[in-house]
Design a protein around this ligand. Sequence first.
Ligand code: SF4
Length: 321
Amino acid sequence: MNQNEKILEVSHLKKYFKAGKGVLKAVDDVSFFIRKGETLGVVGESGCGKTTCGRTCIGIYDRTEGEVLYKGKDVHSLKGQDKKDFTKEVQIIFQDPYSSLDPKMKVGDIIAEGLRAHKMCASKEEERKVVNDLLETVGLNAEHATRYVHEFSGGQRQRIGIARALAVEPEFIVCDEPISALDVSIQAQIVNLLIRLQKEKGLTYMFIAHDLSMVKHISDRVCVMYLGTIAEITDSGSLYSNPLHPYTQALLSAIPIPDPKVEEAKNRIKLEGELPSPINPPEGCRFQNRCKYACDRCRCERPELKEVEPGHWVACHLTDK
Ligand code: SF4
């Protein structure tokens, strides 16, 4: 697989949940891809569907419609050896290290679980060495293997979560808001660790976050989600210097960036109003009730995600020539 090859291809993916008598359209027709070795940042307000999208992409949730291909194979119908390979190659780092690690298990056993499931070590001694190496790789040490997670700080627990994911030598990791529960001072340390590991091991990341500033630091490309749909996808540089979707412009206005073009965008768009419910979302453009450019067409026709410049996709009627 070369560097430009797509490791993940998502086509018209929908994930709906029953919600009383209604249907919660958490992910409603999204299409995108991730290239091997890159980081795709996925951002948006809570409730925009980013976590559901990540989890559906790796088969934690079944899909309602659409298709997710990992290395060309349909994630939701994998069987036999293909399924085993997938569960080893694809890992997730969860948002909340406090609840995603078993408090009754020693850290060494938490990290070794995957090694045992995939029979990756020939002996206990080899397993111990691999676990110790992993602890050191994430900035902890061998002594930590015999302790329990309650003895660690939030940042250290997330390092344990990362070591657990790395143990099975994955290729693709969904980082599901891995820094949101951490102190700001610790967030950069975890992001820098993930960046270093990516370089050393050639990992591919889907990095889910609501903080655009941290996403910029780690992402090659960024996907902005709004109410179950994709508003814009482009490389990080273009997103921050030339945001084309009014929602992206509004999100950027919330963070201070010393770039005149972005500052201009900030002045043009202010995000007002509430995020509508994903149960019975509005017809037409989902962003219409918060968009100062909304017109009649926006209220009845949903804008398609279109490539308006090479590599820059936007779902907004304003970009129609
Ligand atoms: Fe605003 Fe219309 Fe574009 Fe939606 S399609 S973002 S409502 S201008």
